[in-house]
Design a binder for this molecule. Sequence first.
Ligand code: B12
Ligand code: SF4
Length: 501
Amino acid sequence: MTAERRVLLINPQITSRRHARFPLSLLTLAGALEQKAACKVVDGNVDGAYLSTVERALATEHYDAVGMTVMGGPQVQSAIDCSKMVRRAAPATPVIWGGYFPTLYTDAALNAPYVDYAIRGGGEIGLAELLDALPKRELAGIAGLSWKQGDAVVHNADRKSRDDRPDTPLPYDLLGDPRAYLARTFLGNRTAVHQAALGCRFRCTFCGVAAMFSGATFLPPAERLERDLTFLKESLGADSLQFFDHNFFDREEAMIPLLEVLARIGLPWWCYARADALLGLSEATWSLVRKSRLKMAYIGAESPNDALLADIRKGTHSNQTLEVAELCRKHGVVPEMSFMVGPPDDTEAETERTFEFIRQVKKVNPDSEIIIYIYTPLPPDALPKSARVRAGARRLQDVNGNAIQYPTTPEEWTQRQWVDYACHADAPWLTDRVRERIRNFTTVLGCRFPTAQDVRNPPWTKAALKAMASWRYRFRRYDRPWELNLSRRLVRLARPQLTSL
Ligand code: B12
Ligand code: SF4
């Protein structure tokens, strides 16, 4: 390897050690830079003193640049802390942010003295080009780069969505002991995460993936998938797999070779999928899916309201949600369905309708896992250009009727209300009454149907919660479930959205 340069790649802490998974973004970037630079990876999820580690690294070695992966939500505060520390420790070292936060909120990301560059979209090529361009600061030709020129921010042209991942295996050795990332989950004792396909061919207007990949999917060649999964299984000892693909099931004929690989590998697996894709599979392909040991598929059901599904460009219908719940039951796959409640229009009625629809889903397939989010659309500026004008014309208002102003700095994005917004946990137009109602329904539902993904609590605790919640669920008495809240505090039941993502 010709390692002329050195790059420090950091995953600012976003979750606990127990929930840490391979930092795929950094591994992918380090793999892509292999011929260009030597990379050191620091993962704030596993290194409890990662700020000191970064500080020490900068004090003992020269780095040409520091790259940070930043996702909206709780990671922004960690990224701010870490970037400020880098600026103090090595003032001349450029700080580059990449990932969902700077891609969607580029102006906000660069509206900070401790961020020099933002790379929008996939970073494999852009980061390499930026490293080459840094000495002379010849930045204008780097697609997908946003940078500062005096007081102004320059946004270079978008990089065309492509699969720029290198064909070489990910450099897991940069993590020290990669086996430490294999986790105990409902799938197995040593679950590994992997990204096979890249992007998604749909353009739902609430989804960061659409903004990142502009409606394109890139599948891996079957041989590459087989090589990568064989390594995880045989060299690292993984006994199950979680695919972080944005949307695993693409067109049926293209999926068959990949499903054949999974059937040969033979490990239980989890993935993101769409109702229409699963409903479109032939019997023969479903038999391959069963053979491949797919255990659970995360399906964005979103809403029972077909007009709203059309408005957000979901491309599926509510009847497909019920049909796929039934189909998954038939084939022994658990559908993990996410719903978005509390939309800005007709908030209360829509929310109640969604609760009723969830009950229907549960009737069709009681094993369905349900995840409830608050509908928090992306700010108009974060949407792909094609959807921006329409979204901008619809000015959203908060609960007092004031037009919503989205944050303009990383610091503003760390305010509690905006962290909740990014996490789909709260929205400015929700009244306390609706908020409370959602919380109560979620509690009753979660206790009546404890998630199969909880691997910590013994079965009797879940049975006790289930028994306590059953009358409330049956008679729709969701309000003030104080006894369930109390018991949940003792039992600390896992919530699916924290375990699956
Ligand atoms: C793993 C994961 C997590 C992990 C942590 C990841 C980590 N950094 O340690 C956890 C579970 C903590 C997590 C949390 C959240 N996540 Co999350 N997560 C993912 C997931 C499934 C995979 C990410 C991944 O590894 N991708 C694979 C790598 C290779 O791709 P990548 O990260 O995009 O990296 C590429 C580019 O972004 C870019 N890039 C990335 N970093 C950098 C850095 C530099 C310097 C450069 C140059 C380029 C660059 O180049 C990389 C290679 O092309 C994605 C969905 C997905 N499939 O991407 C959602 C996703 C990123 N998460 C999302 C969200 C919203 C969240 C939450 C904020 C909220 C939620 N409801 O889930 C929470 C926070 C909740 C909480 N309370 O903590 C959204 C982001 C969309 C958005 N609007 O911002 C996604 C897209 C899911 C979705 N469809 O909604 N998440
Ligand atoms: S299908 Fe899923 S991943 Fe694709 S754009 Fe829509 S919500 Fe995002």
